[in-house]
Design a protein around this ligand. Structure first.
Ligand SMILES: [Zn+2]
Length: 166
């Protein structure tokens, strides 16, 4: 990402950042130290890159549509999913499900994995709407997806813990 920094002696404190086409335009006070500015620019770059990543994934995959199809195929259309979306936050490693609110979040990392792995993660999170814990009943539900074990192996190689728990 190209970065352009404009320092202004009229600015005292505030730093602003915005995207102009593909360039990140930063406006900063003239007296701000280079070290502090570098840190701030890195933060802005990360934030905008994540935003762009999320937009790219949202254009590529309609998660609600995919989840709807999986709901039909594996759950007899019985699940109530209130929202399902990609997130770029660190606290959701591969996928998260809030079974109380029916909200599912899928990590952006999954968006770049093979379709059968992504389907596994969706089915895994969707199954949590029925079984919140990783009980035997939960794994029984997941066994309906033939590629479950293979997908767990794939995710373990990508840094998932050894129980195949998401
Ligand atoms: Zn889980």
């Amino acid at each position: 990402m190209e970065v352009k920094i404009i320092r202004s002696s009229r600015r005292r404190r505030t730093i602003s950042a915005r995207l102009v086409k593909d360039m990140l335009l930063i406006q900063a006070p003239a007296l701000l130290s280079q070290e502090r500015l570098d840190k701030i620019v890195t933060g802005f770059k990360l934030k905008f890159e994540k935003k762009r990543l999320k937009e790219e994934l949202d254009r590529k995959d309609d998660l609600a549509d995919i989840a709807g199809r999986l709901n039909q195929k594996y759950f007899g259309n019985k699940l109530k999913i209130n929202s399902i979306k990609y997130v770029t936050t660190q606290n959701c490693k591969f996928g998260c499900c809030n079974y109380r609110t029916g909200e599912i979040r899928i990590s952006h990392k999954i968006g770049f994995m093979p379709t059968w792995v992504r389907e596994y993660v969706l089915i895994h999170e969707m199954a949590h709407l029925i079984e919140p814990n990783h009980s035997k009943a939960f794994w029984d539900i997941l066994s309906c997806y033939k590629l479950s074990e293979r997908a767990k192996g794939y995710l373990m190689a990508a840094g998932l813990n050894s129980e195949g728990v998401i």
